[in-house]
Design a protein around this ligand. Sequence first.
Ligand SMILES: NC(=O)c1ccc[n+]([C@@H]2O[C@H](COP(=O)([O-])OP(=O)(O)OC[C@H]3O[C@@H](n4cnc5c(N)ncnc54)[C@H](OP(=O)(O)O)[C@@H]3O)[C@@H](O)[C@H]2O)c1
Length: 387
Amino acid sequence: LLSLARSSKIMTSQTHRRAFSRLSNIISSFNRSNRLSPIRRLSTSASSDTLPSTFKGLIVEKTRGNPPISEIRDLTPSQLPDFDVTVKVEYSTLNYKDALAITGAPGVVRSYPIVPGIDYAGTVVSDRSGTFEKGTKVILTGHGVGEKYWGGYAEFARAKPSWLVKLPESMTTKQAMSIGTAGFTAMLCINALEKQGLSPKHNFQTKVLVTGASGGVGVTAIALLASLGYRVTASSGRKWTHETLTKLGSKHIIDRFSDEKVRPIDKELWDGVVDSVGGVTLAKAISQCKTNCAVAACGLAGGTSLPTSVFPFILRGVALLGIDSVYYPNAKRDEVWSRIAAKVPWNLFESATTVRRPNELSEMANQLLSGKSEEIIGRTVVDCGAF
Ligand SMILES: NC(=O)c1ccc[n+]([C@@H]2O[C@H](COP(=O)([O-])OP(=O)(O)OC[C@H]3O[C@@H](n4cnc5c(N)ncnc54)[C@H](OP(=O)(O)O)[C@@H]3O)[C@@H](O)[C@H]2O)c1
C-alpha cells in the first residue's frame, strides 16, 4: 500500500499515516489469528503434548563389558523417540522376542538403552502429523519397535503414524494385546494357508496341525482355526496345558516331535500346518504334509535349523510359506485385525490369557524362554497402567 501510494505520487502526510495505520492493523490481526504459529508449534510440539515431567518405564541398558540389565525407572518425555504420535500405553504383551530383549539375549535389541515391548495398544495423546485425533485408540505391532526403537513397556510411547492401526470398534485395548504380535502372526499364517488353497470342509474334515501349541502363536492359531471350522491337532510338550488347548478347540493333542532324525517324506496327515517352533518340528511337519498342501512357518522356539531335503517339495508339491509380521504392509493390517476381532471366541480365549504387572516381566521372561513353564500359557498381557 505504501509503495503504491508513493509510486502514484498521491502520498500526503495524511495518506501516509492512514496507509501505515492500515498496514499495522493487518499485521497485528494476522498475528492474533495465529496463522504464523504452525511453524512454532511444529518445532516445540514434542514438549507440548502435555505429558507429565516424568513417567515410568522398563529400560534395558548395557554398559561396556557387562551383560544388559533391565529395571523400572523414571523416564522423561525428551527421552522418547522424536516421532509424530504420542500414545498413552494401556497394555503391552510378553512375546518371545521381548523375553530375549529383557534377559539381554543377543539377536533382538539393536541399540541400548532401550524400552522393550514389540507391541502395545493405547490412546493417542497428540499427533503432529494430524493423522490421528487425540483420544483415538490404536494398536502397534512390529516395525522394529522394541528392537530398534523404544517400545511398549512404559506409560507413554512415540510412533510414526504409518505404524499404527486404529483399534477395531468391537475390541478393547486389553483384548487387542491378548492377541498382540503372536496372535496377529497366527492370523497371517492362516490367511497365507487359505490363499494357498486351505479351506474348511463340512464337519471339521480339514486337518490342521499347530506346533508350539501352548505358546502365544499356538493358542491364537488354535482358537482361530477352530472357530473357522478346521479340525485342529495341537503339538505340545506341556501336559498341564492340554485342558486349555482342548477348550480352545483342539480335537487331538500330540507330544512335541523329538526325533533326532526326520525322514523327509512320512505318512500324509495334514492339510495345513502352522509352525512356530522350527528345527526338527518343522521338518517333521513338512514330512507329514499331504500332497499339494502348505506349511506356514513363523518361528524358531525349537531351533533355527531345517533338517529336511528337497523331497517333500518336489515329490509332494508341499509349499513352505514364510511369515513375517514385523514388516507386513500397514495398508493391509486393518483387514487382518477386523478378521481377528470377528473370529476370536473371546469368552474361551480368556482362559489362554494372563494379565501381569510390569514388575513381573523379568521373572516371566525367563520362564517363557525355558519352554517348560508351569505358569505361562498362551498370551501374557502387560498392564502398563500398573507401573
Ligand atoms: N515371524 C514373525 O513375524 C513372528 C511373530 C511372532 C512370533 N514369532 C516367533 O514364533 C515363535 C513363537 O512365539 P510365541 O510368542 O508364540 O512364543 P511362546 O509363547 O514362547 O511359544 C513358543 C512355544 O513353542 C514351544 N516350545 C518352546 N521351546 C521349545 C522347544 N525347545 N522345542 C519344541 N517346542 C518348544 C512351547 O509350546 P508347547 O509347550 O506347547 O510345546 C512354547 O509355548 C518364536 O520363535 C517367535 O520369535 C515370529
